[in-house]
Ligand binder design. Structure first.
Ligand code: CMP
Length: 139
């Protein structure tokens, strides 16, 4: 079993789809091992997406991710990083496969309902960003 980080983004929380997305993830075979609801400030969102600093969509991304509550969660499964990326679909919902979270719930490439870690190393960093040592030691 391995772990990955997902964030249900402000668009999905605002539109009342957070619960449906959690159910979708559980049905897909993930166990939810940590979860919280929080609103990011600019420094927090900027730090989380620091790897994208300088890209044309960075400012828009930070503004969007601070626009309302988000739900970060730790998911457990065999090969969790790859499995979650397959379950949520392509970044752009127009390119996401049928039945994926983004095809079902995302509005656009920017407002795309959910974030997922893209590697085991980034999953570890991103889990540590949102969850405390005592929560991580419980995993
Ligand atoms: P996420 O998985 O959270 O990782 C980085 C995010 O940047 C990505 O999802 C998109 O929401 C956003 N993003 C990537 N490319 C673009 C783009 N061209 N325009 C707007 N947002 C983008």
């Amino acid at each position: 079993m391995s772990h990955t980080l997902a964030i249900i983004k402000p668009d999905a929380v605002e539109s009342g789809n957070a619960g449906k997305i959690l159910a979708h993830l559980e049905t897909a075979g993930f166990a939810i091992r940590a979860l919280r609801l929080t609103t990011l400030n600019q420094a927090q969102a900027g730090a989380f997406y620091a790897v994208h600093q300088g890209r044309p969509f960075y400012d828009e991304l930070v503004e969007f991710m601070t626009s309302g509550p988000v739900v970060p969660l730790v998911l457990e499964a065999d090969d969790a990083v790859a499995k979650l990326r397959e379950t949520i679909g392509a970044t752009d919902p127009a390119e996401a496969a049928a039945g994926t979270v983004r095809k079902l719930y995302a509005e656009s490439k920017g407002r795309n309902a959910i974030h997922a870690s893209d590697s085991d190393a980034n999953a570890e960093t991103e889990i540590a960003f949102f969850f405390s040592t005592h929560e991580r030691l419980g995993l």
